[in-house]
Ligand binder design. Structure first.
Ligand SMILES: Cc1cc2nc3c(=O)[nH]c(=O)nc-3n(C[C@H](O)[C@H](O)[C@H](O)COP(=O)(O)OP(=O)(O)OC[C@H]3O[C@@H](n4cnc5c(N)ncnc54)[C@H](O)[C@@H]3O)c2cc1C
Ligand code: SF4
Length: 355
C-alpha cells in the first residue's frame, strides 16, 4: 500500500499523481475539521448573494479578532482557530527564530492561505537538482488542481503561466491605477530590475452554484462560496470519489522506519491516544515543513543536532496613493492579492523577491 501522510497541497498533489498512475493510496491525516455549527452557517450563507446577508450574519462569518503570541492578528477560518488547535501538544517542535505556521487540518494551511501563486524564476532553481523547464509539467499538474486566475501580461515572459487561465477576477480600481502608472514607467522600472503584473490566484472550480467572485470582500476570513482553492476541495471533490483512495483522519504520525523495502508507520490516534502501527510499501510524507522535519528526525533516532530551516521572511509594506481613484473606499472588491511586483536584482538578492 502507498501511504500519503497529510492532506495539504503537497499531500493531495502526491495522492492525485499516484491515483492517476493507477496506484492505490491511503491518506493518513491528523487534521481536524471546521466546527459543525460554523460550517452549517457558512453553507447557509453560500446559497445567498452577499446583498441578502444581514449585518449580523456578515459579522458572524468574520468571528472575533484573535492574536498570536507576538500580538499579530491570527489568520482564522470563519472565526475558528481549529487549524492550529492541539498543534503544540500533539506535535511539539522546538524552534528558534522560526515563525512558520503549522496546521492540523483537513486541507492543511491551504484552508486559510492567500491563494497567491507564481512559479519560481530560473534563478531560484540555482543549486536545486531540477530546472525551471523540467518543472513545467509539474506546474501544469498542480494548476489543474488549483485553478488559475491570471493575465498574460508582462510577468509571463519571466514567469510563464504554464496553462491558460481557468478563472478571471476583477482588479480593483486602486490596483488598476497603480498598474497603469507602472506601465507608463515600465522601461525605467525594468532598468531597476522591477517587474510587475496582475496577481495570480489559485481560483476556480468551486463546489457550489456561485461560480465567480461576487466581490463580497470576505476573502481574508474565508470564502463562503469556496472559490479560493483549498486542498480540502481536492480531497472531497476528487480523491474520496476514487475507489483506489482511502482517507483515514485522526492519525498522528510520529516515526517512519524503513526495512527490507517496507516502511513501518508509527503514531497514535488523535482522539484516544491509542498507538497505531501500519505497514506500507511507499510513504509520501507531506505534513508541512516543520512537522515533516520533526518526523524524519524522530525516525532517524539519532541526535542530529539543530536543523537550519530555510524560510522566506515576509513583511507588510503599506503603500499609499497620493491620488486614489474616486470611490475606492466604497468599491466592492476581493481582498486577496491584486498586483505582483517582482524584484530580480542580484544586488538586492540572488533570489527573486516577491511582493
Ligand atoms: C495565513 C497564510 C497565508 C498563506 N498564503 C499563501 C499564499 O498566498 N501563497 C502560497 O503559495 N502559500 C501561502 N501560504 C503557505 C501555504 O499555505 C503552505 O505553503 C502550504 O499549505 C503547505 O502545504 P503542505 O501540504 O506542505 O503542508 P500543510 O498545508 O501544512 O499541510 C500539512 C498536512 O499534514 C497534516 N499533518 C501534520 N502533522 C501530521 C502528523 N504528525 N501526522 C499526520 N498528519 C499530519 C495536517 O493535518 C495537514 O493536512 C500561506 C500560509 C498561511 C499560514
Ligand atoms: S470576494 Fe473573496 S470571499 Fe467574496 S466571493 Fe470573491 S473570493 Fe470569495
Amino acid at each position: 500500500m502507498n501511504y500519503v501522510i497529510g492532506s495539504g497541497p503537497a499531500g493531495v498533489a502526491a495522492a492525485t499523481a499516484l491515483l492517476d498512475a493507477g496506484r492505490p493510496v491511503t491518506m493518513l491525516d491528523a487534521g481536524g475539521e471546521l466546527e459543525a455549527p460554523i460550517d452549517a452557517r457558512v453553507e447557509a450563507l453560500s446559497k445567498r448573494l452577499p446583498d441578502e446577508w444581514t449585518t449580523a450574519e456578515r459579522d458572524a462569518l468574520r468571528g472575533p479578532l484573535r492574536y498570536n503570541s507576538e500580538g499579530a492578528p491570527l489568520k482564522l477560518l470563519f472565526g475558528s482557530d481549529y487549524v492550529y488547535r492541539d498543534v503544540d501538544a500533539l506535535q511539539p517542535v522546538v524552534t528558534e527564530g522560526v515563525d512558520a505556521y503549522r496546521a492540523l487540518a483537513a486541507g492543511g494551511l491551504s484552508v486559510l492561505w492567500g491563494a497567491a501563486i507564481l512559479p519560481y524564476a530560473d534563478a531560484d532553481f540555482d543549486e536545486w537538482p531540477v530546472t525551471a523547464a523540467e518543472m513545467h509539467r509539474h506546474y501544469v499538474s498542480a494548476l489543474r488542481l488549483t485553478g488559475l486566475a491570471a493575465a498574460e501580461d508582462g510577468l509571463a515572459r519571466l514567469y510563464p503561466l504554464h496553462m491558460p487561465p481557468t478563472a478571471t477576477v476583477e482588479t480593483s480600481a486602486q490596483a488598476r491605477a497603480v498598474l497603469s502608472r507602472m506601465t507608463e514607467h515600465a522601461d525605467a522600472l525594468r532598468q531597476r530590475h522591477v517587474y510587475f503584473g496582475k496577481a495570480r490566484l489559485a481560483f476556480g472550480q468551486p463546489p457550489g452554484d456561485i461560480r465567480s467572485c461576487v466581490h463580497c470582500g470576505m476573502c481574508l476570513y474565508g470564502c463562503p462560496y469556496g472559490l479560493i482553492y483549498s486542498a480540502r476541495t481536492t480531497l472531497l471533490q476528487r480523491l474520496v470519489r476514487s475507489e483506489l483512495f482511502r482517507y483515514v483522519p485522526g492519525v498522528v504520525v510520529r516515526t517512519l522506519t524503513e526495512e527490507q523495502g517496507r516502511v513501518t508507520i508509527e503514531g497514535f490516534s488523535r482522539g484516544t491516544g491509542q498507538p497505531q502501527r501500519l505497514d506500507g510499501t511507499r510513504v509520501y510524507l507531506a505534513t508541512g515543513p516543520l512537522a515533516s522535519t520533526a518526523i524524519l528526525l524522530a525516525s532517524l533516532r539519532e541526535d542530529a543536532g539543530a536543523v537550519t530551516f530555510a524560510q522566506s521572511d515576509h513583511f507588510l509594506l503599506p503603500l499609499r496613493l497620493r491620488q486614489p481613484p474616486r470611490g475606492a473606499d466604497r468599491e466592492r472588491l476581493h481582498t486577496l492579492s491584486q498586483i505582483f511586483l517582482e524584484i530580480l536584482d542580484p544586488e538586492v538578492s540572488r533570489r527573486g523577491v516577491h511582493l
